[in-house]
Design a protein around this ligand. Sequence first.
Ligand code: ADP
Ligand code: MG
Length: 677
Amino acid sequence: MAISVEDSVDVLSGVGPKRLQALQDLGIFTIYDLLSYYPFRYDDMGERLPSQTMDGEKVTFKGVISTPPVVRRFGKRSQTVIGLLVDRENVRVTFFNQPWIAKNLEVGQEVAVYGTYNAARAAMTAIKLVPASIDGLSPIYPVSKAIKAKTVAELVEQAWGQVRGQMDNLVPKHLREKYRLLDKNEQVEYSHFPNDKIEAKAGRRSAAFEEFFLFQMRLQLIKQADQRFLGEALNYDRKAVSDFIKALPFELTNAQNRVVDEILADQASPQHMNRLLQGDVGSGKTVVAAIAMFASVTAGNQAAIMAPTEILAQQHAKGLAKLFDAAGIDLRVELLTSGLKAAQRRQILEDLENGDIDVVVGTHALVQEGVHFHHLGVAVIDEQHRFGVKQRAKLREGGVNPDILAMTATPIPRTLAITAYGEMEVSVIDELPAGRKKIITKQLPNRQYDQALAMLKEELAKGAQAYIVTPLIEESESLDVQNVTAVYQDLQDELQEYTVGLLHGRLPKEDKDALMAGFSDNQVQVLVSTTVIEVGVDVPNASIMLILDADRFGLAQLHQLRGRVGRGDRQSYTILLADPKTEYGKERLQALVDTTDGFELAQKDLELRGSGDILGTKQAGVPEFQVGDPVKDLTMLTIAQEEALNLVREDGWDREEDNQALVEHLSKTMASFRHFD
Ligand code: ADP
Ligand code: MG
């Protein structure tokens, strides 16, 4: 029976329920998906003669079929045997468990077979038929434990044998012509079965463009839909908002003023806000969020802010309450985290739903079942790179579609921002509050720990507070705890005049809260901690940080950690203790010594790492592409974005004959996988 590209992959022989599951886990549901599952590299399977081949070697023989295929079945298993005349030698070739292959094999036909050679018996155990080619390349597919690359290759081959020529072009013709891209069927053929490297490269180029283009089409369509979606025009109390700004304990920086204007304009417009606020650590994003939330509340709405850690949520709840209090504003701010007692939680949920709470601060607990708002006007997502796309999307499902303000310090270079945030408007705070002194960063070898400690004591003597960050131990969190505890005990001896606190993720919630409160109020002067303080923590009187074994941390993480100091008027210091073993390790630390600018560091990180998971792009929410590389193929990505934008702006593009396959594909994939919020 003829199969079509829309059929489920289990129409292929060899795909039972188990394999089907394994394929689906890789995102392969249909024949189309399978053929769009491209190899990540190719093994060279250059052809050779039996006389040149050693026993047990994997090799490709090219020859003429000399005896017709004989299929023997043993239950589910089978053997298909042919004779292959290679040069002048007859090789007995056996295909295991591929009975269907017999119908592709005829006497007199020229074929190439890749397999393992058994010299003594002049036999080959075939791995696959290679489309007759001289310098054959064998595709290698990215797979899971549940399925072998070889299996995928076989299935691709089987499928392609049946639907060759049936693939519709998704990239419009004018673009294929403009950028010399392959026809879809050639693209598939060249990608899976290249005869040489040139074909493989051409296939990849077209496949990468298609991937980027489809991605950008989705983003642009989401953006368009978002803009059409009428959010609510927020009719906030301008006077109250400007009074609040005047009552702040400091003047906003120019950059803060600018982004506040951008955000308020978004909120006031009938369009729905979907804005990313980027600003380096310490640039003062929280107060901007407070203004946006307050504006929403003045119009009778509720506001929510979601933080990635309890410590940070706690800090925000206190900090916001303090800001509103100081301005004489009477608001109800509540904290909703998973650490709450059942009764408390119930009460808060009730009050949220009936509208008694104006501002709610929470962790991911905010997006759990049972959280309903009376009328959520704006949702702020702090340190948004720490949240999964799902959690972000969920916040938007809270009944009405609230305005979204996502905040991040992760300095994603603009170029990468295209992929991560293509659907969002971006505001940037590119200025630190006045009076900040540049953090001085030093790198010392581990043996100079005493010297680092002496600097720390000097600062403590001046009334400052300090952080000591202990290294990550990759194997387990409990080892991290042991490690931080050992450092803590040691420092208690060393710093007897001061109160030293110990903070790690496994402490009970009450202890964490008490400790952070103590550190905020300067009851505790020295905080020995794991990386739980990495994001957001704001104690301006803390002005020195010691990071032990600093080479164990990534550059982006070190930058975040360092951002905990330099938040007040004091000259601040970060001391990196490390004996980096690699060149990369050395350069990374040097980069931190050289600059405090997050964007510069991100760029440096990019250079040092090349590409791949830069800046922890996984963390940053940059989607992963299967074929294209958003760093190496950046130009292509940018072009794909421009062209997608041009296309969706064209009236009636989706009714044009030539674009029907594209429209159909998009509507299918956008309904089934909602990758983007
Ligand atoms: P981040 O952008 O890293 O989240 P925060 O919002 O925590 O930064 O702000 C860092 C510190 O700077 C806080 O103590 C905050 O009160 C203070 N701050 C924010 N804006 C200003 C400003 N315009 N002038 C002085 N201090 C400010
Ligand atoms: Mg912050």
